[in-house]
Design a protein around this ligand. Sequence first.
Ligand code: MN
Ligand code: MN
Length: 293
Amino acid sequence: MIENLDDWKKAGQIAAKALDYGRKLVKPGTKLLEVAEKVEQKIIDLGGFPAFPVNIGLNDIAAHYTPTKNDETVFSDQLVKLDIGAHVNGAVGDNACTVDLSGRYADLVKASQEALDAAIKIVKEGATLGEIGKVIQDTIKARGFLPIVNLSGHGLDLYETHTEPTIPNVATGDDTELEEDEIIAIEPFATNGQGAIKESHHAEIFSIENEKNVRSSFARDVLREALEYNGLPIAKRWIKAKGLDFGLRELIKFNIAKEYPPLPEVGGGMISQAEHTLLVQKKGCMILTKLKE
Ligand code: MN
Ligand code: MN
């Protein structure tokens, strides 16, 4: 039994409600920044905290983009991935959906959603990571698309948004078995491109990896504020300290902070994503981020 299961359930429901709220805000003419800030506020209003900045991936960007402080980008006719995390006392709910504002990628959206549904059906104690990856890959391929090979689902732990096990989106043959009471996120990504992502530049998300003494007052100020997030990912726009860029550069140089740049598809392909957080049980699983009435 998990001691703090109520926190995990609550975090899952807050993440689900925030995602449902957010997807309805994604409309042509609305600013990405407005959606991110409203969803993050919603999470707080519901009694949680953002487990990571609201990720908004447009078109070929799979993940790790969050609006800048003065972001003027607006939604128009993009394929939009909304990835939202909430935590309650460190217990994390992580879920995502895709909104197709273009009206041209309905099948691509279905591919990742169906892959997630198919994977959830086989999740239980003893299911292997390779089996899950194979179901995801087969389902996406049946729609004529490719899974993103170098993005994966993952375990979740207190104040940890990515832990073991790594849950592949392809048939790796990994015979590691899921265990009862593990909390995992499964997140298939489907693309009409080459099936992989790369790292780009201009990260807006970072986290603190090590606590060390720093020389400059800029770095110290940024670190002091960033430490309040307990190691969880942080948006640059959340930090009020002056000299953020200078201070953060020093934190990165000394391996105190780590940056997460946006992840575009290598061939510029369009990407869809679906994600749920699950509690692994003996004979199946509980979908913690399934929206309840
Ligand atoms: Mn996510
Ligand atoms: Mn995730």
